[in-house]
Design a protein around this ligand. Structure first.
Ligand SMILES: CC(C)(COP(=O)(O)OP(=O)(O)OC[C@H]1O[C@@H](n2cnc3c(N)ncnc32)[C@H](O)[C@@H]1OP(=O)(O)O)[C@@H](O)C(=O)NCCC(=O)NCCS
Length: 158
């Protein structure tokens, strides 16, 4: 009998400038309207909480979180296509939730395309709910697409 290959361990750490080539490559293969390399560089320069999930010394996913005035905003969350549905997106999201709690954030927000069923399933599983709609927020090949704005309240221990 052939035993299944063990899944390599993964680790989450802060994104560094040297990661940007791998991050941009995953981004290009994941979105129809990807962020440019320059946008990721600007996120690092702006001091956004930018994290990568490493597997076998390769970037397998990343998340970008902006925190200001007691509010956090998830700006990007993406997993390498070949490693999806393995729990990595949830691990990155848990890390961003933990970082938000550490920064005493009371509410965390994000935008998502209503057509993005995988992302919506993940966010709903983690307790996000829709609070608004931003009309014509996203580029699309058929004009513009609305964004659903999702939120989750975080409980801070007093
Ligand atoms: C959305 C995304 C980050 C999810 O990451 P992932 O690693 O594939 O998800 P996980 O394996 O951690 O799964 C967590 C939950 O997501 C949902 N999910 C994952 N794969 C799914 C699938 N194939 N179909 C439906 N829901 C799915 C489930 O709710 C799952 O929980 P469960 O395993 O208890 O059922 C990933 O699909 C991705 O990178 N998509 C492209 C980029 C993107 O759209 N980002 C979101 C922008 S707002």
């Amino acid at each position: 009998m052939i035993s299944p290959r063990p899944t390599p361990p993964v680790a989450i750490r802060d994104m560094q400038h040297d990661d940007l080539a791998m991050v941009s490559d995953i981004e290009r293969r994941s979105y129809e309207f990807p962020w440019s390399h320059g946008v990721f560089r600007d996120c690092l320069l702006a001091g956004y909480q930018s994290i990568v999930l490493m597997r076998d010394n390769r970037v397998a996913g990343y998340g970008i979180l902006s925190i200001a005035a007691g509010e956090a905003h998830i700006l990007n969350l993406c997993i390498e296509p070949e490693f999806r549905s393995m729990g990595y997106g949830e691990r990155l999201l848990d890390d961003m939730l933990a970082r938000s709690r550490l920064a005493s954030v009371r509410e965390i927000l994000l935008e998502v395309r209503p057509s993005n069923t995988m992302a919506l399933a993940l966010y709903r599983k983690k307790g996000f709910y829709q609070v608004a709609k931003r009309p014509a927020y996203y580029q699309s090949h058929e004009g513009r697409e609305d964004a659903a704005v999702l939120a989750k309240k975080l409980v801070i221990d007093d």
